[in-house]
Write a protein that binds this ligand. Structure first.
Ligand code: SF4
Length: 355
């Protein structure tokens, strides 16, 4: 996971960019300029390199127990070619998920990738960006003159991988040229330098995932600190990008009202006036499935994440297993309270959804 170090001479924790312990390549990935660039990068950092026939099948990860293997997988980068160019839908935040990476080095206890990625928690990046962009172009053309929005962070946190791949830069510049295409992604990392100075044409909205101090400290190891995320948000706003915040997962705990009040106070304090225009918020309450609960309890046995089915409302899923969300009364209290706090500090902001 990205390590936090004390900057020399200053009392400030800095989250370092992700450096994997081990890198796998599909042989064909080396035929692509991005694949070769990542190979050179891995070599220059002295990282052990292995070859694999498929980025979907890594079977020889180091580790004696399942838990060790999981932890090592999160520190393993797999470089491959994206073969499936049929994009998944990505409601409510966008029309489609654009696949540039899968998996994440962060250790957020609640992360839904724990279940959606199943036995493949390693970090995969795809080097055939041109193929991915060609597919995006087709989706845009099919829907025009409707705008088509693509979400780049459905299965990963691509900002945390940008120093390795440069894929967001490709996507941002591509969407800058699209009359009917828009890009969006969300991050818990602050490594946004490569995104500054690009010709985005306001077609990319960058959102930062934020939460109360308690939630970040208790459930989000291996990600950038709140202060780092806010500094990065400021840089992104200054670079002219539309900016947004996702408060997710919203968690009910003793003291949540104070926690979320402080969160929005701190946010308002840190952001400058011009950074508060065209601001969006997305609000997502905590939810879990039975499978997620089982996996989380295995991988983070000491987690304080409350996952008591008896305290939750069961929400049927459209495809298969449903989710446990907060009962209506609690969900409504969270929604109302946080909405009020947002408008108190950011009267012109837009709340895109609460789910
Ligand atoms: S940063 Fe996002 S994608 Fe990564 S582990 Fe945390 S919630 Fe999951």
């Amino acid at each position: 996971m990205p390590t936090q170090v004390l900057e020399a001479g200053r009392k400030k924790l800095v989250t370092k960019p992700f450096l994997p312990d081990l890198v796998y390549f599909e042989p064909d990935a080396l035929e692509y300029p991005k694949g070769r660039k990542i190979y050179d990068w891995a070599k220059s950092h002295g990282l052990p390199i292995r070859m694999t026939t498929s980025h979907n099948r890594i079977t020889d990860l180091p580790g004696d127990t399942e838990l060790e293997k999981y932890r090592n997988a999160k520190r393993t980068l797999v470089v491959g070619i994206r073969k499936t160019l049929k994009f998944d839908t990505s409601k409510p935040s966008a029309e489609y998920a654009i696949p540039i990476s899968t998996g994440c080095m962060g250790h957020c206890h609640y992360c839904y990738l724990q279940t959606t990625l199943g036995a493949k928690p390693y970090v995969r990046v795809y080097v055939n960006t041109d193929d991915i962009l060609r597919a995006a172009q087709q989706y845009i053309d099919e829907r025009k003159p409707e705008i088509t929005r693509f979400e780049a962070a459905c299965t990963s946190d691509p900002v945390g991988l940008e120093h390795i791949t440069g894929s967001l830069q490709d996507l941002i510049e591509f969407m800058g040229k699209q009359e009917y295409g828009r890009l969006r992604f969300v991050t818990k990392y602050h490594h946004v330098e490569p995104l500054i100075g690009l010709n985005h044409q306001l077609h990319t909205r960058i959102r930062f995932s934020i939460n109360s101090d308690y939630v970040i400290r208790t459930f989000e190891p291996g990600t950038s600190r709140f202060e780092e995320r806010i500094e990065a948000a400021s840089k992104i706003a200054k670079a002219g990008y539309p900016l947004g915040f996702i408060i997710a997962p919203i968690i009910w705990y003793d003291g949540w009202e104070q926690g979320y009040t402080e969160l929005l106070e701190k946010l308002a304090e840190r952001l400058e006036l011009q950074e508060k225009t065209d601001l969006t918020f997305e609000l997502i309450q905590h939810r879990f499935t039975k499978t997620a609960k089982r996996v989380i309890e295995q991988r983070y046995p000491k987690t304080k994440l409350e996952m008591d089915e008896a305290k939750r409302k069961y929400k049927w899923g459209r495809w298969g297993q449903g989710k446990y969300v907060y009962p209506d009364e609690q969900a409504e209290a969270l929604r109302m309270f946080i909405t009020e706090q947002i408008f108190l500090h950011f009267p012109d902001a837009r709340i895109e959804y609460f789910t």
